[in-house]
Design a protein around this ligand. Sequence first.
Ligand code: GRF
Length: 212
Amino acid sequence: MIRLGVLVSGSGSNLQAILDAIAREELDAKVEVVISNVAHARAVDRAKAAGVPTIAIDHRTFESREAFDAAMVESLRAHGVEWVVLAGFMRVVTPVLLDAFKHHVINIHPSLLPAFPGVRAQKQAFQYGAKVTGCTVHFVDTGMDTGPIIGQRAVTVLETDTESTLTSRILEQEHQLLIEVLEAISDDRVELEEAETAGMRPRVRVKAPRVG
Ligand code: GRF
């Protein structure tokens, strides 16, 4: 079983997907704590409804991103967290968090990175006229949505789509992809390999689940 800390800022539908998968005994994990930088985010209500400890840490009350991260690290460690999941978390994290949980911080992003990093990725793809977009789960590094990719799912942009219908369909895939990746992590099937040759980025290998 892996012990998760989930960082949220808003709706928390990805958090809900994790909680539901655990409740269905589909995911061998425990959400030890949910930390929100927005006190009254719906994600906090979702955590409380599931009996998960929640902590609101308002980033605006810290003099630096590093100090904010240090406060989160203290709470995460106090709850025995092993893996940190950014799920709809809208803050850029610093080496203070990344070094404390080295290669154990992942993020879900609503586009096929490296396309459309940053905010409103669904809107970026829609406005660009992309025919295929999707979602990505990746290890977090110091960049903006630039860490090694663990998994992706493609979503076709339909002629009838609006930004809203596309966003909803991507979100459905995010929920499934996030659980798939967390199951692989829980089964110890995810390996982050250092770049082998010049020009190559670190590659993530995800072994297939054992059958039977
Ligand atoms: C999702 O598309 C997520 O990828 C993005 O914010 C959206 C809402 O996430 N970062 P959630 O419902 O708060 O999990």
